[in-house]
Design a protein. Structure first.
Ligand SMILES: Nc1ncnc2c1ncn2[C@@H]1O[C@H](COP(=O)(O)OP(=O)(O)OP(=O)(O)O)[C@@H](O)[C@H]1O
Ligand SMILES: [Mg+2]
Length: 376
């Protein structure tokens, strides 16, 4: 425990990438849908789900949350990131988890062989070609079915340029057609998901339930801040809570940063006043700048910056058609840079030809940095 903090409590906030927060703000509908699908018969569309949203919006945290709850109700889970080697990774993790299950129920048999024998056979094999992946998974799924359980695969940071996605999607289509107990939850930046769905070999995913993680509402932020703080043995004074909510601006990552700093700065005090929140918010804001915005800023080329600067002329939505004139560039240039910035998770296309900043707070950060550059 940190010295000088409220006795017997540790900081309850989790400003760590991918960490499941103590209290998840909002997201009730997504959680109800996906947990409902996991509890249901397997014909629910949310049995294959896509979580889509900009950075820091809580995609990884939700994936972990679903994997945790699925595990606690008996599912076997394989949690992977979308990189080359992902299929082998899923296979190995599934085998490991299955072996654990077998340890719990050693008496179970499949077709005359113990699951343990079957698994060790699998593990003795040298990695075979990926074309075998589906049939190897098929065998494991049959073994799991004998134990009355299913497999949840979570894939983070989906990347359409990873060829293994096509194999995985085709295999899942087959598993579902065969009535196997499987679930697939994927997460990614909007652009990556859109281009994944447009691919021919992964078009089956258009049937998946798609959830857009938007900024949180203020009342959702308020409730999560209040509850988490209470679990840490402290409470906000009313105007302090309001100030904290204003500092968070609906951004989940900022909720954790602000809460973490507030709790720490409050020291031994059990109540948090507005001066603590103000001091904490300015530290949290710097941390957010460093961890999220600065990284995004340094990825920007001069042409990216001109593009974004032209977008800041609008208060919220920019028409793509207006940008060619503002930038004095052909429309091909505009489409190219739109795509680049979407890939970086900085802007999104709300609907055809309508663009907006999607990383909460980045527009303001960008304007400040541009003004600083102008001062140099
Ligand atoms: N609904 C939520 N309520 C409270 N805190 C949240 C919520 N969602 C995420 N967080 C917190 O926000 C931070 C960022 O979450 P996470 O890493 O899951 O975002 P992400 O969308 O995966 O970002 P990236 O695209 O950068 O991977 C973590 O500290 C997490 O604990
Ligand atoms: Mg993530």
């Amino acid at each position: 425990m940190e010295a000088g903090m409220t006795k017997d409590f540790v900081n309850p906030f989790t400003p760590v990438v991918g960490k499941v927060p103590l209290h998840i703000a909002g997201r009730e509908e997504i959680i109800a849908d996906i947990e409902g699908a996991l509890a249901g018969a397997g014909n629910d569309p949310a049995i294959i789900s896509l979580l889509v949203g900009p950075r820091g919006m809580g995609k990884t945290a939700l994936l972990s949350h679903f994997a945790d709850t699925a595990e606690s109700s008996g599912w076997v889970t394989a949690r992977v990131t979308c990189v080359a080697g992902m299929l082998e990774d899923i296979l190995i993790r599934t085998q490991r988890a299955t072996r654990h299950l077998v340890d719990i129920e050693p008496a179970r048999k499949i077709k005359g062989a113990g699951i343990a024998d079957f698994i060790s056979l699998e593990l003795e094999d040298s990695p075979r070609e990926l074309s075998n992946w589906r049939s190897r998974m098929d065998d494991i799924l049959d073994a799991l079915a004998e134990c009355n359980t299913g497999l949840l695969v979570t894939i983070d940071e989906v990347n359409p340029s990873i060829d293994e996605m096509a194999t995985l999607v085709a295999a899942f289509q087959h598993f579902l057609d065969e009535g196997k107990k499987v679930a697939l939850i994927m997460a990614g930046l909007p652009y990556a998901v859109t281009s994944l769905l447009s691919g021919k070999s992964t078009s089956f995913l258009r049937r998946a339930a798609r959830y857009e993680l938007q900024a949180l509402n203020d009342y959702e932020v308020e409730e999560a801040l209040m509850r988490t703080m209470r679990d840490g043995g402290k409470s906000f004074e009313p105007d302090a809570l309001e100030a904290a909510v204003n500092a968070v601006k609906g951004f989940p990552f900022m909720l954790q940063l602000v809460g973490y700093r507030v709790w720490r700065m409050a020291g031994d005090s059990e109540t948090v006043d507005v001066s603590i929140v103000n001091a904490a918010a300015s530290v949290a804001r710097k941390e957010l700048d460093q961890r999220v915005y600065e990284a995004a800023w340094f990825e920007l080329s001069e042409a990216d910056k001109s593009f974004l600067l032209a977008m800041t002329e609008d208060s919220a939505i920019t028409r793509q058609a207006d940008l060619a004139g503002r930038l004095n560039k052909p429309s091909g240039h505009v489409s190219r840079y739109k795509k680049r910035l979407m890939q970086q998770g900085i802007i999104q296309e709300r609907s055809r030809g309508l663009l907006e900043f999607c990383l909460p707070g980045f527009k303001e950060y960008f304007q400040e940095r541009i003004a600083e550059e102008g001062d140099l």
